[in-house]
Write a protein that binds this ligand. Structure first.
Ligand SMILES: Cc1ncc(COP(=O)(O)O)c(C=O)c1O
Length: 391
């Protein structure tokens, strides 16, 4: 019998040849220091999205454990069947209040939020315009919707305007998709210009603020809040899995939008509700980060320290309009970036070496946390100085 999976081995060989082969790395509990490798050894963690250090926070963990005691582990069904708990509504009310919207809806991941929401809003009669550097799940959501999908060059509002001028009148609805803070570059979308264009061309805008949420703006409300932007055209999407240290995603917007998604977003309707532990952890993290601005202040100080240090080393640091905890150091090719990642590990620092196809070009992605100390940043800068001298 011919093997229907015969294509797998050559496909894997191609991945190896291109240096695109990847393996998950097991690490210890989340923190500024993690244990990694065989034998396990402590490294400074510049690799996580736990920007405020809440994934291992005593109160957040206690809330998750208390929720398990009260509600059990799994939600046991879709929210529309047996999976709804009072905690879900509590979290949704808290997110809406935080984001300044009428309502919010929690999904089982950020990816599920985007994959469910985008095809619920648009179909083959509609137009979707997205930034070329958007997260993969925004792109996938756009393709799943069957709408006409065009990408504009990264952060190029003039190109977006041209696309709107050329195509908008030919389609029923229009949806613009952008990350708030770009996950692999750490820069920020020109939301003021995007919102102006959306109003001028009657377009909806979905801002994926996975990496701005909890970090930027008053109370950590995110990129829109930090830029002083708001508009009835905006759908605010985000994750519970980064600064909130839990798991899940959300959409915040008008009550009509949320009610509509409860009837049309397939990844919400046909998927088990978020577990009690994840829901309670996100709620506790949200309370914690609103009550304790010192977490954001500490993170900002480390961002400034690294930015200044990189500038002194002559690294090409992109000027960001807002202080984000993600730094991207471009590398010439996948082999070099893997080598850099290993050298940094040898020097005690765990930094992500990110390669295509996740990103258009290889780079080190450095992420900072509120619980990094000034000495942690100094150690990274010293390791980078050695690395750059050898290149
Ligand atoms: C910008 C952006 N959107 C969405 C997601 C997906 O979120 P989740 O991990 O909750 O599925 C991510 C995750 O990395 C992200 O960076």
């Amino acid at each position: 019998m011919a093997d229907p999976f015969a294509w797998l081995k050559p496909a894997l060989k191609t991945l190896h040849r291109a240096q695109w082969y990847r393996q998950p790395t097991p690490s210890g509990a989340p923190g500024a220091m993690v244990t990694l490798g065989e034998p396990p050894r402590p490294l400074i963690n510049f690799c996580s999205n736990d920007y405020l250090g809440l994934a291992n926070h005593p109160q957040v963990k206690a809330a998750a454990m208390q929720a398990i005691h009260q509600w059990g582990t799994g939600a046991t069904g879709s929210r529309l069947l047996s999976g709804q708990r009072p905690l879900h509504q509590q979290l949704e009310r808290a997110i809406a209040q935080w984001k300044g919207t009428e309502a919010a809806l929690v999904f089982s991941s950020g990816t599920a939020a985007n994959l469910g929401t985008i095809p619920a809003l648009v179909d083959q009669r509609d137009l979707v315009l997205g930034d070329a550097y958007n997260h993969a799940c925004l792109k996938k959501g756009a393709r799943l919707s069957h709408a006409k999908f065009c990408e504009y060059p990264h952060n190029d509002a003039a190109a977006l305007a041209q696309l709107l001028e050329s195509y908008r009148s030919q389609y029923r609805r229009c949806l613009i998709l952008t990350d708030g803070v770009f996950s692999m570059d750490g820069d920020v979308a020109p939301l003021d210009k995007i919102l102006q264009l959306a109003e001028a061309y009657t377009a909806m805008v979905l801002v994926d603020d996975a990496h701005g949420t909890g970090v930027l703006g008053t109370n950590g409300a995110g990129t829109l809040a930090a830029l002083g932007q708001s508009s009835p055209t905006v759908i605010q999407m985000g994750t519970l899995s980064k600064a909130l240290g839990s798991l899940g995603g959300y959409i915040a917007g008008s009550q009509d939008l949320i009610t509509y998604l409860q009837h049309r977003a397939s990844t919400w309707i046909y998927s088990t509700g978020l577990s009690a532990a994840d829901t309670a952890a996100a709620l506790a993290a949200l309370e914690q980060l609103q009550a304790d601005p010192s977490l954001r202040h500490a993170l900002r100080e480390r961002i400034q320290q690294l930015e200044e240090g990189l500038q002194k080393l002559g690294c090409p640091v992109l000027p960001h309009p807002l202080p984000t905890p993600i730094f991207c150091l471009p590398a010439p090719d996948p082999t070099t970036v893997l080598h850099w990642g290993q050298k940094l590990q040898d020097a005690g620092c765990w930094v992500a070496a990110v390669r295509p196809p996740t990103v258009p070009f290889s780079r080190l992605r450095i992420t900072l946390r509120a619980d990094h100390t000034p000495a942690h940043i100094e150690q990274l800068l010293a390791a980078l100085a050695v690395l750059l001298k050898c290149c």
